[in-house]
Design a protein around this ligand. Structure first.
Ligand code: FAD
Length: 489
């Protein structure tokens, strides 16, 4: 049995702690905050409950898998259901679209509302499944830093299919070639934002992302997204994992290029093995300042961050669903503003999530809890107070135009997050939501590995390392790291 120390209790840290406990090791998790979950947390204002970060739950089997691994019934801890309606889309010219659980129906809706050929849309969505299978086996489920990955049968299948994987064109180019209506192109381009990237730069390989929603489904956990954190935290405790909250790690202690323990304000803790769920940049800069820094990996472009408004509304709107998008009329400019000019466009796309549509207890009777996310550049010292104010006004105007009334009249509770605050609360470099951006075809290969022999006994998990950000990939990072640990043992 080994003594294992984990820095951070984000979803990746929790998953890794559970995996180590399942292998029979004694695990201690150190968390700077007073609560687990990192970005996956919640708060309340005036009777409105808000999930602070993620709102879209995909690939729930990756959460279930952790309970099964521990010989527990996932349903004793955690329940969720598939949403019959995925997302409602609004354009300024009053075009509307709703995507649905059944992808054949979605293809029909796209054909009806956006004038596309229904079979073309159907075939496109269906084709995502096969591509996803190849890409996920190669890029998402294994370390990219081991020869065994590249020599496996699955890898050879991937090489065979390279021309069809879209490494050499952008997501936007692929969609533009495939669909005739720019609105359909915009609809599918939007999925680049699911890992904080720019569809005009990110390789077409990432066009597989809608497969998760259209073919597998968008899910909603009973009790809200926070139920993911709560159930994993409970499972970890049941497996004997010990948590130290409000205990920030100041150093990872190394000797002879080997991690041997960690240090907090309370003292030094020796460990046989460590894992960092903290963003890689601050991990190197603050916890490992004496180690050689992998400069090229640390300098990769960060993913987008966000300005998030949490608004308690004392009215309900039938036109709105659980997930809603109000599209920008200047989509390419919006991404140029974020990734080139490092600011926000004057017509940003607005994402509005209302969990009280399916969980009425999340808002007082007759009200709705609005979670609004606007994609924003990572923090580089911009004037966020001014950008937040400007964006707030633009969002109010945009949604008011779509709903035909001044929504600000119904706002009875309010809070917000900006890239600065995200950085402060989770140590994510620049407040990036998804670690690094995937704005070039090498990005997948330039994420920090889950293990480097330069610092033995230290594993890397979470959104800033391979395979990337978002709940499913963070869970996957914990699985890959755990596999590497077993191979190294
Ligand atoms: P993090 O959540 O980054 O947590 C890291 C933890 O480490 C924190 O608790 C932090 O306090 C702790 N820590 C850091 N430094 C130290 C230290 N020195 N000592 C001790 N503890 C430390 N993903 C989706 O799948 N779907 C979505 O809809 C979605 N929407 C999002 C919306 C927003 C607004 C945000 C912010 C993120 C969203 N994401 C979404 C991304 C997703 O939340 C993240 O990719 C994921 O939660 C990151 O998990 P992680 O394991 O990297 O840890």
């Amino acid at each position: 049995m080994k003594q294992v120390g984990v820095v951070g209790s984000g979803v990746g840290g929790l998953a890794f702690a559970i995996r180590m406990a399942c292998l029979g090791h004694q695990v201690q998790v150190f968390e700077a905050n007073s609560f687990p979950g990192g970005k996956l947390s919640e708060f309340q204002i005036n009777g409105f409950r808000f999930d602070a970060g993620p709102s879209l739950f995909t690939l729930p089997h990756l959460v279930d898998e952790l309970f099964t691994l521990a010989n527990k019934n996932p349903r004793d801890y955690f329940n969720y259901s598939r949403l019959p309606e995925v997302c409602r889309y609004f354009w300024e010219d009053r075009t509307r679209l709703c995507t649905l659980e059944n992808f054949a129906e979605t293809a029909h809706e796209i054909a009806k509302n956006l004038g596309e050929n229904e079979k073309n849309v159907y075939d496109f969505i269906l084709g995502l499944q096969e591509k996803y299978q190849i890409i996920s086996e190669l890029f998402l489920e294994n370390s990219l830093h081991q020869s065994s990955t590249w020599l496996s049968k699955k890898a050879w299948n991937g090489y065979w299919n390279i021309p069809s994987l879209g490494l050499f064109s952008t997501m936007h180019q692929l969609h533009k070639k495939r669909f005739k209506n720019p609105k359909t192109v915009q609809l599918f381009d939007r999925y680049a934002t699911y890992n904080g990237s720019d569809p005009y730069q990110t390789p077409a390989t990432l066009s597989i992302i809608p497969h998760l929603e259209y073919n597998i489904g968008a899910f909603f956990p009973e009790g809200g997204m926070i139920a993911i954190t709560q159930s994993l935290y409970q499972l970890a405790q049941d497996l004997g994992v010990q948590f130290h909250f409000n205990e920030k790690v100041n150093r990872i202690l190394c000797e002879n290029n080997q991690a041997i323990g960690l240090e907090t304000a309370q003292g030094k803790y020796p460990f046989d093995m460590l894992a960092s769920n903290m963003d890689i940049r601050p991990t190197y800069q603050k916890l490992l300042p004496d180690q050689i820094q992998p400069k090229r990996l640390l300098q990769q472009e960060k993913s987008s961050s966000g300005i998030i408004f949490y608004w308690g509304m004392n009215k309900q709107w039938d036109e709105l669903g659980v997930h809603n998008i109000f599209f920008s009329e200047k989509y390419q400019e919006e991404f140029k503003a974020i990734f080139t000019d490092k600011t926000l466009s004057d017509d940003p796309t607005v994402y509005l999530h209302i969990s009280s549509k399916v969980a009425p207890e999340d808002a007082p009777k007759g009200g709705e809890n609005w979670f609004i996310l606007i994609n924003a550049p990572a923090n580089q010292g911009q004037n966020w107070d001014e950008l937040v104010q400007l964006t707030r006004e633009r969002v109010i105007q945009k949604i008011s135009r779509a709903l035909g009334e001044d929504i600000s009249l119904y706002m009875v509770a309010e809070d917000y997050l900006d890239p600065r605050r995200i950085e402060e609360r989770t140590s994510s470099s620049g407040g990036a939501l998804y670690g690094n951006a995937s704005n070039n075809r090498f990005a997948a290969f330039l994420r920090h590995p889950n293990y480097r022999s330069a610092i033995k006994n230290l594993y890397w998990i979470g959104g800033s390392v391979h395979p990337g950000g978002g709940i499913p990939l963070c869970l996957s990072s914990a699985k890959i790291a755990s596999k590497l640990f077993q191979e190294n043992a």
